[in-house]
Design a protein around this ligand. Structure first.
Ligand code: NAP
Length: 331
């Protein structure tokens, strides 16, 4: 299977490293995966990955036009612009797409999934929600026999890191944020993380897979963690719990209710014990009961693990609907 990778940042470079490090393993488990071409913004940049023998395209859209590529891996990011254009062009040109781009999928996923289905192609985005945790596969396959009533979780590692440090060390918000940036968890512009937008994107995708409804960012109530103080966290500890930024979606008699907000979680619940930059998700199914997943929700290596799992599924000719049901049936 011949692939191209657009975007060689944290996730793109780690994906290349993983593909090289585990080439033998991947061959045994599916098929040889050959990286043919790559693209990023600056060719001259020093990168923590080996680009020897790979074709370079200055314009990522050129990857979609190449006839020696079966799958385009989009790891640039952003709901609009080049990432959106590349994914659309790749599907139009008969290439499967793997992406880690939650902003794109939350905003345009249904439309893109329709394009993919009409063309008989895969649009895969396991890495877009909770990095290395295989939550979409769990929803789409492992829990497919259940009617789900709720999904809730810590979906943003940066916020969880900040809240953990504030709670454990009594740090104020600004100091904990600066530390998260120093550790490489938070972006230079951390707005999307701390104001809840990133969690909302992921929740919209989780809801779509859980309840068969199109992602609808507009309907999500969103509150971030800026107003949380160390004394809120020490009060929570005194009451036997923690404050966590949760994405919560419930589906019942009132229809779908979705919200992102800081919530008191008692220590008796596994979500309260998910610390640092980790993510955790709790899913309720009617036959299976509660399923809890925990792991690294971000970071190049963990996210690359999900990107490459999607590639292997395509190599196995495993065709699945992007949102678990036909895109045209998403209400
Ligand atoms: N980082 C994570 O932990 C994580 C986890 C889950 C999902 N994701 C998602 O994965 C995607 C990539 O994230 P990342 O952290 O790897 O981002 P990043 O480190 O900022 O890398 C972005 C890459 O895209 C390239 N790029 C940006 N604009 C471009 C343009 N106009 N044309 C061509 N290339 C362009 C950059 O090129 P240069 O290197 O030349 O500047 C860079 O290689 C995003 O959708 C993100 O939401 C990330």
């Amino acid at each position: 299977m011949r692939i191209a990778i657009a975007g060689l940042g944290n996730v793109g470079a780690a994906t290349l490293r993983l593909l090289r490090a585990h080439a033998d393993l991947l061959k045994v488990r599916g098929q040889e995966i050959t990286v043919v071409a790559v693209s990023a913004r600056t060719k001259e940049k020093d990168r923590p990955c080996d680009l020897t023998g790979l074709a370079w395209e200055d314009d990522p859209l050129a990857l979609a036009a190449r006839n020696d590529i079966d799958v385009v891996v989009e790891l640039i990011g952003g709901a609009e612009g080049v990432a959106h254009d590349l994914v659309r062009a790749s599907l139009t040109n008969g290439k499967h797409v793997v992406t880690a781009n939650k902003a794109l999928i939350a905003a345009h996923g249904v439309d893109l999934a329709k394009n993919a289905e009409e063309a008989g192609l895969n649009l895969s985005f396991e890495a877009a929600v909770c990095g290395g945790i295989p939550v979409l596969k769990t929803l789409r396959e492992g829990m497919a026999a259940n009617r789900l009533s709720s999904v809730r979780g810590i979906l943003n590692g940066t916020c969880n890191y900040i809240l953990t440090r504030m709670g454990d060390e009594g740090m104020d918000f600004a100091t904990a944020l600066a530390e998260a940036q120093q550790q490489g968890y938070a972006e230079a512009d951390p707005t999307a993380d701390i104001d809840g937008g990133d969690t909302a994107n992921k929740l919209a995708i989780l809801s779509a897979l859980s309840f068969g409804l199109a992602p609808d960012l507009e309907s999500i109530f969103v509150e971030g963690i800026r107003p949380i103080t160390p004394s809120d966290l020490s009060d929570a500890a005194a009451r036997g719990g923690r404050i966590k930024l949760l994405g919560i979606a419930t589906h019942g008699e009132q229809g779908l209710v979705q919200r992102v907000q800081p919530v008191f979680v008692p220590l008796s619940e596994p979500l309260a014990r998910v610390g640092g930059a980790f993510n955790g998700i709790e899913i309720e199914g009617d036959f299976v009961g509660t399923v809890f997943l925990q792991g690294q929700g971000a970071g190049g290596n963990a996210t690359a693990s999900s990107v490459v799992a999607d590639l292997l599924a395509i190599a196995h000719n495993h065709h699945s609907f992007a949102f678990g049901v036909a895109a045209k049936s998403l209400a």
